[in-house]
Design a protein around this ligand. Sequence first.
Ligand code: GLU
Length: 449
Amino acid sequence: MKIITRFAPSPTGKLHIGSARTALFNYLFTRHAGGTYLLRIEDTDKERSTAESEKNILDGLKWFGIDFDNPEKIMRQSERTSIYKKHIEKLIADGHAFISKETPVKEGGREEVIRFKNPNKKISFDDMIRGTIEFDTTELGDFVIAKSLEEPIFHLTNVVDDIEMGITHIIRGEDHISNTPRQILIWEAIGAPRAIYAHIPLILATDRSKLSKRHGAVSIVEYAEKGYLPEALMNYLAMLGWNPGIDKEVFSKEELVELFDITKVQKGGAIFNEEKLKWINKEHIKMAPRAEIIERIKAYFPPGKELPKNSELFFADLVERISIFSDVKELVGKGELNYFFEAPTYDAKSLVWKKDTPENSKVHLLAVLAKLENISESASIPETANDFSVESVKNAIWPYAEEKGKGNVLWPLRFALSGQDKSPDPFTLASILGKEESLLRIKNAISLL
Ligand code: GLU
């Protein structure tokens, strides 16, 4: 059987991470099986559907990395009225639906709607995640399927399209379980082979309530703006309620496609944990092509500033310090990266280690200066043949620091280079800044003591 699935968002808000996960489970299931994945916009609710929301959903899916097999023209239910009309007329002609005279209860209410003729029977379906679900449809009564021939409502359009599109598997949120009995009745009345359902559990907040705005960011754009990598969010959302049963947590999209098994998705709600997502993001940052990561990081740097000499090491160090790209923004905002772009200014007193004197600090810095002056630095290709490497800087200074006391020697050096209480170690700093800049900063510190 050729598998055909769809993602059918209603454009009534931003793309929520729960919906993105539904789109993702459909995607992984379909791509794993070599099936066809279709997109359909369910915009029959004219009051709540907006073009802005549709754009947010489409942009969000694109950023997230989900692609569909019907991209040429967006399929919108609002443009398919004549198709639904034909089906409603046929349902009426076949005795499965009828025009019902109503007494309007509220203002603007209809005097006439189209109701489905409920056969009042028991139905059951085998959900790929939840197993067999049984339902007595009697309690649903003769439910409304359209306000008029030209105004179908959700249950009808949803089923008609799934039938017309040849959908074989319906993977959607658990909140749709209660809709399924009505939809199965319509499905049977139209007389098409029924699709297989999979209702995926909700995403919960840490307090086990349904994840919503009051818990923080819930839309995909917000995660994009915070500086998450789409492949990391995909990795994390895939594992929210599913795991491949192996001792590994970081997966590429291709690996997820290969491993995904919808029948292994858990029934219970899955708790969203942003700390875990950050951890996964950091892992993906480490795996991503460095050039791409550098471009993302650079976007947060103050404009017009020159990068330090050993920029490769600078980025390698910076990548270790961040989990998401907005962390760079924060570091820049707090001025914690300033010393990479320009010589620091500080109070001379700060150069002295707490157990030492200014005189001694000066002696140590002079000694360090002489040792660093002796290291050669290849000027031609500094990034590949930088002899002023962390290792050579460390080798030059370490014995002296051990002899005179590490704090006494390394604190003034680190402070001379960074002007900060906290920064990378002085060997890394010196290597990042390069020989010329490091010597200049040390000389400046010496002149202050
Ligand atoms: N339009 C529905 C929603 O956005 C989806 C219905 C379905 O997947 O069957 O929740």
